[in-house]
Design a protein around this ligand. Structure first.
Ligand code: COA
Length: 581
């Protein structure tokens, strides 16, 4: 059966639907739709899908398509809810529950008959986090209900009926900055937090700091500091700014400056507004054990097992964050911990080098170079730690170099439902480093490593296990996953002497065959070209990604450009195979 996914972007929801359907044996095509109706109609007429699903669509599906095909729209709201700011309103108005509805496309937006719907309890958390977790999980359950109903002869979806008392959703307008604005003289800490969470990551809440118009992102509550409402109380060494409310204070992690006609780049708040604030504002240093609300790195040791949490915003790891993580890893490797578990962050495990910091630097080529070297230093340290076992526990998604980083560990376990993007190509044909030419083929073999690198497509945790990229897939539920990770590590404790001895032998043999330094040198030679060649597509891809300009390529367009000879990355990947073998 052929399924077309029509989407405004190949975002996390679209990627998850894609892997679910591909793993389920469906023939799936992804059409990115930015408003060019005739292009979309042509693509659909060529693929001839049996069913069309729109996981994330900001433009209407042309009538010519929805009248000829069953088109299912994923709406991130409860039954009856309509409008483009569903989650924003639900978070800002602090609904106790929210939901997802899969409905059929019809003339009126979000008003078509209902195929499946689910609700879930709400958390006071950033919109991107609710979307990436609760919304996607509920949408996937709905997806499989839709697939079953689609195969059920005579099934008719239920029309939307506002007279049904169980239908509590309503049409809500698009949320404007006037609806989001914070009044520091009257809004409580919870109200401020809810407003920032509702705007995270797009578009953010427009406010002023140090006289500069900025969009606020990534907030959390401060438990002790207080001051005059609106007053800036402190900086955190991680770059957050603490601002007083009427009943406490709140940390604002990231800011995006607003210019007259555009928005700037989202960066740590102190980096954006720090120079405009009085030099008397104190800085609170990060704690080694990660006890402060703004700390990004947290280490804990239970029963000779060390857990290393790294909660970097959006999973992006700057040069200094890589260095701090390396220091934390080294501390654990010198502690009583016999096993080190790399836990990543709650919403992202890692997404590789920090493209925003690179873009904001004076010399993006050199900052890219510093960042990739700092990543490589971290990966190298993990690979060469041979007196401890290292487990990578993927409770959240990982992409690019951030999906290669876990392969440096001895065991890789993943929560079911996690998405992996172990490739670099979508970032302007970056060659990639992080010792991928050593780590990826050693797990999956060269043929598969090249296929993964070339396709540039996401993988489910289950598929990753089939390919031996992941050793175990664990419970989908987060709390149960963490329990299982603890149990997994405990089950290896008695085996540490045997497994580390084996690891040392393998490392010695591998080093004799080809030194780690040679893999790094080979990869960095290609990366140097990517970073420093004036016409390198990496720079345009990075600018497009960071500045949220419409994507100019996707895995699909990459193949088209290759087919017309505009780029040829396969040769380089083949080169790396030859260089490595
Ligand atoms: N540097 C800076 N920001 C990054 C980032 C990175 N490496 N990776 C992701 N982000 C940011 C996005 O800009 C977005 O920001 P927002 O909060 O302003 O919306 C946020 O993280 C979420 O990313 P998004 O792309 O919306 O998530 P997704 O789940 O749909 O896709 C990826 C996940 C990993 C496929 C995608 O984020 C990606 O391709 N990232 C770039 C990876 C990369 O090329 N790294 C550099 C080479 S090592």
């Amino acid at each position: 059966m052929r399924v077309s996914l029509i989407s405004s972007a190949f975002n996390s929801m679209t990627q998850r639907f894609y892997v679910e359907l591909v793993d389920g044996g469906y023939d799936v095509a992804v059409e990115l739709h930015s408003g060019n109706d005739s292009r979309l109609c042509e693509a659909i007429s060529i693929f001839k899908p049996d069913l069309i699903i729109a996981p994330f669509l900001t433009k209407a599906i042309p009538e010519d398509i929805w009248t000829k095909h069953v088109c299912i729209i994923v709406h991130p709201g409860i039954e009856g809810d309509r409008g483009p700011s569903s989650l924003d309103w639900a978070i800002q108005e602090r609904w106790g529950f929210w939901g997802v509805t899969l409905l059929q496309a019809a003339r009126e937006m979000d008003a078509g008959p209902i195929w499946a719907t689910r609700t879930f309890p709400m958390r006071l958390a950033p919109k991107s986090s609710i979307y990436r977790n609760e919304v996607i999980e509920a949408a996937v359950e709905c997806l499989w209900e839709v697939m079953e109903k689609f195969h059920t002869p005579g099934f008719r979806p239920r029309p939307l009926d506002y007279s049904n008392p169980e239908v509590v959703g309503r049409e809500c307008p698009s949320m404007k900055q006037a609806d989001r604005g914070i009044d520091w003289e009257t809004h409580s800490t919870t109200e401020v937090l809810a407003r920032i969470c509702a705007g995270d990551g797009v578009p953010g809440v427009l406010d002023q700091i140090g006289g500069m118009p900025v969009f606020l992102h990534n907030a959390c509550v401060e438990s002790q500091l207080t001051g005059q409402p609106g007053e800036i109380l402190a900086f955190a060494s991680t770059g957050a700014i603490c601002r007083a409310t009427i009943d406490g204070a709140i940390w604002i992690g990231h800011l995006k400056p607003k210019f007259e006609k555009s928005a700037g780049i989202k960066l740590p708040a102190a980096q954006v507004a720090g120079p405009l604030l009085p030099s008397t504002v104190p800085t609170i240093e990060a704690q080694a054990d990660g006890v402060h609300a703004t700390d990004e790195i947290r280490c804990e040791i239970f029963d000779r097992i060390g857990f290393l949490h790294f909660e970097f915003h959006n999973g992006a790891m700057s040069t200094s964050q890589c260095r701090l993580l390396l220091e934390a890893f080294k501390r654990l490797a010198e502690s009583s911990a016999k096993i080190i578990v790399l836990m990543g962050g709650a919403d992202h495990w890692s997404n590789g080098i920090h493209l925003n910091q690179i873009e904001a630097s004076e010399d993006p080529s050199s900052e890219s170079w510093r960042n990739i070297n700092a990543m490589d230093d971290l990966v190298q340290e993990i690979i060469t730690t041979t007196d401890r076992l290292v487990v990578a526990a993927l409770g959240s998604g990982a992409g690019a170099g951030g999906a290669i980083l876990p392969l440096a560990a001895d065991f890789v376990v993943s929560r079911e439902g996690v998405l992996l993007n172990p490739h670099y190509k979508n970032m302007g044909w970056l060659y990639g480093s992080e010792y991928w030419t050593y780590l990826l083929p050693r797990r999956v073999g060269w043929d598969c490593a090249i296929e993964l690198s070339e396709n540039g497509l996401p993988l489910s945790a289950n598929r990753a296990k089939q390919l031996r990229l992941v050793d175990e897939v664990m419970n989908r539920d987060r709390a149960a996953f963490v329990e299982e990770v603890h149990e997994f590590a405990k089950s290896k404790l008695n085996l540490v002497p045997y497994l580390t001895a084996k690891k040392r032998l393998r490392r010695q043999a591998d080093e004799q065959k080809k030194p780690l330094a040679a893999y790094r040198q080979h990869e960095l030679r290609q990366m140097y070209k990517n970073f420093y060649s004036p016409n390198s597509p990496y720079h345009l891809a990075r600018i497009t990604f960071v500045r949220k300009q419409p994507a100019c390529w996707s895995p699909l367009s990459a193949r088209i450009m290759e087919s017309v000879g505009l780029i040829n990355s396969e040769d380089e990947t083949q080169d790396s195979r030859l260089a490595a073998e």
